[in-house]
Design a protein around this ligand. Structure first.
Ligand code: PFF
Ligand code: NA
Length: 452
C-alpha cells in the first residue's frame, strides 16, 4: 500500500512539504501565545519543560503522524482505519481522527478571532494610529478593540473568508508561494525587533526571565500548559500533520524533515519571546498580562523605533500570514475527510465547514463583550475552547496516536516508512510505547489530583 497518492494531490517536493508543515506549525502559537503563557507561568522553568516536551514528546509523535498519513494517503480518519487494518487491528482507531477534527473546529474558532486582531493591527499600524503610543494608551486601545463586537466580527469574518478561500483552492496553489516568501521575511523582522529589544535596556532582564530556571515557579498546571503548548505549536494531536503527511512524497526522510520543522518552530518562538520580554520589562509592563501581551507591547516598541510605522505594519502583516497558513491547516483534515468520505466538492466542503467555524467564532469574540458572563467551568467561551483543546484534546489525541503507532502498528511497517534502524528506531519506539504516553498521563493525573 505504499505507492499510492492522495486524491487531493501531493506536494511538489520534499521542501514544499517542509514549508507547508512549517507554515502550519509557525503561527499565533509562537508569536502571540508562547510569550504570553511563558509570562503567566513564571518564565525559565516553564520554557525548559516546554523544550523538553518538544524534543521528547512532540518530535516523535510528529514522526508518527507523518508516517501514518503518508503510508495511507488518506484523510486522518480513514488513514488510521487503513493502517489499523493493515496491522490486523480494529477500525475504532479512526475515532482519534474524529476527535482531532473536532479539536480543529474548536481551535479555529478562537484562532480566527485572534487572527482578526492581527488584521486590525495591520490597519492601525499602517494608518499611523499607533505612532508614539504610550503603554497606557496601547493598553486602552487593545481593551477598546475587545469591547467592540462589531469591529471584531468584521475582522473575524475577513480572516475566516481568507482561510476558506485558500482551503477551497486546494493544497498546491497559493499557500506554497506565500509560505516560501513570508516565512523567511517573518524571521528577518523578528531579528530586527530582537535588535531593538536588545537596545532597550530590558534585555538582560528579558533573557533572565526566559532562561533562568527556578523550579519553585513551576506547578503541575504550568507543566500541563507547557506540554499542551508543545502539541499546539507543532500542530500535533489532531491530524493536521497526518493530513499534510498524506501529500508527502516517498523520497523524503521523515526523521530529518520533522526535525527541521520542529527546530524552525522552536526558533521562532524563542526569538519572539526574546523580542517581546525586554520591551515589557523596559516599559515596566507586567509579563503576566495575558493575551494582550503582544498587542500592547509591540505597538509601544514600534512607536519608539526608527521607521516604526513601516516595520510595525510589516510585522503584523507577517504575523497575519503566519496565522493564515496555520488556520488553513486547521481546516484541511476535515475538508479532506468530507471530500473523500462523502464525495463532496472541495469548494462545498470548505464553505460548509467555514460557516460552522465562523459561527462558533462569534461566541469566542463575544467572550470579551456581549457574552462575557457566559462561562463554562469558570472560563469564558474563548478561554474554555483554548483550554480544552490545547490542554486536553491535543495531548489526549497525541497519547492515542503514540499508543497506536507504538503498540498497534507492526514494527516492520513503521520501519519501512521511517527508515530508521537499530538504536534510533528503538528510541522512537520506546517514546511511542512509553515516554510520550506516560509523560502525558502523569501530567494529566496531577492536574486532576493536585499535590498541595
Ligand atoms: N501550530 C499553530 C500555531 O502554533 O499557531 C496552531 C495550530 C495549527 C494548531 C494547526 C493545530 C493545528 F492543527
Ligand atoms: Na507553532
Amino acid at each position: 500500500m505504499t505507492n499510492k497518492t492522495s486524491i487531493q494531490g501531493s506536494w511538489a517536493s520534499r521542501w514544499i512539504f517542509i514549508l507547508a508543515a512549517t507554515g502550519s506549525a509557525v503561527g499565533l502559537g509562537n508569536i502571540w501565545k508562547f510569550p504570553y503563557i511563558t509570562g503567566e507561568n513564571g518564565g525559565g522553568a516553564f520554557v525548559l519543560v516546554y523544550l523538553a516536551c518538544i524534543l521528547l514528546v512532540g518530535i516523535p509523535i510528529m514522526m508518527a503522524e507523518v508516517f501514518i498519513g503518508r503510508r495511507a494517503r488518506k484523510n486522518p480518519i480513514n488513514a488510521l482505519i487503513d493502517i489499523a487494518e493493515e496491522s490486523e487491528s480494529t477500525k475504532k482507531w479512526g475515532i482519534i481522527g474524529a476527535i482531532g477534527m473536532l479539536a480543529g473546529v474548536f481551535i479555529f474558532s478562537f484562532y480566527s478571532v485572534v487572527g482578526g486582531w492581527v488584521l486590525h493591527y495591520i490597519k492601525a499600524m499602517l494608518t499611523g494610529e499607533m505612532a508614539d503610543i504610550t503603554t497606557e494608551e496601547a493598553g486602552a486601545a487593545f481593551s477598546a478593540l475587545l469591547a467592540d463586537p462589531v469591529t471584531l466580527l468584521g475582522w473575524h469574518t475577513l480572516f475566516s473568508i481568507m482561510t476558506v478561500f485558500v482551503v477551497a483552492a486546494g493544497i498546491n496553489k497559493g499557500i506554497e508561494v506565500a509560505t516560501r516568501i513570508m516565512m523567511p521575511a517573518l524571521f528577518v523582522l523578528l531579528i530586527i525587533l530582537l535588535g531593538y529589544a536588545m537596545s532597550t535596556g530590558g534585555f538582560a532582564q528579558g533573557w533572565n526571565f526566559m532562561f533562568h530556571v527556578d523550579f519553585s515557579q513551576l506547578s503541575w498546571n504550568s507543566a500541563l500548559i507547557a506540554l499542551g503548548h508543545s502539541f499546539f505549536t507543532l500542530s500535533l494531536g489532531m491530524g493536521t500533520i497526518m493530513a499534510y503527511g498524506s501529500y508527502m512524497t516517498k523520497d523524503a526522510s521523515i526523521g530529518k524533515t520533522v526535525l527541521a520543522i520542529g527546530a524552525l518552530d522552536t526558533l521562532v518562538a524563542l526569538v519572539a519571546g526574546l523580542a517581546i520580554f525586554p520591551i515589557i520589562f523596559a516599559n515596566g509592563m507586567d509579563p503576566a498580562a495575558g493575551p494582550g501581551l503582544m498587542f500592547i507591547s509591540l505597538p509601544v516598541a514600534f512607536g519608539h523605533m526608527a521607521f516604526g510605522q513601516l516595520f510595525g505594519t510589516l510585522f503584523f502583516v507577517l504575523v497575519g500570514v503566519a496565522a493564515w497558513t496555520s488556520a488553513i491547516s486547521l481546516l484541511e483534515p476535515t475538508v479532506a475527510f468530507l471530500v473523500e468520505r462523502f464525495k463532496m466538492k472541495r469548494l462545498t466542503a470548505s464553505i460548509m465547514l467555514g460557516v460552522v467555524v465562523w459561527a462558533l467564532g462569534i461566541a469566542c469574540l463575544g467572550s470579551f463583550n456581549f457574552m462575557s458572563d457566559v462561562t463554562l467551568f469558570g472560563k469564558n467561551t474563548f478561554d474554555f475552547l483554548d483550554y480544552i483543546t490545547a490542554n486536553i484534546m491535543l495531548p489526549l489525541g497525541g497519547i492515542l496516536i503514540a499508543l497506536f503507532a507504538g503498540w498497534v502498528v507492526k514494527d516492520k511497517f513503521a520501519q519501512e516508512e521511517l527508515e530508521l534502524h537499530g538504536t534510533l528506531f528503538k528510541l522512537w519506539n520506546i517514546s511511542m510505547k512509553f515516554t510520550a504516553p506516560i509523560a502525558v498521563a502523569v501530567v494529566l493525573y496531577f492536574l486532576i489530583n493536585p499535590l498541595t
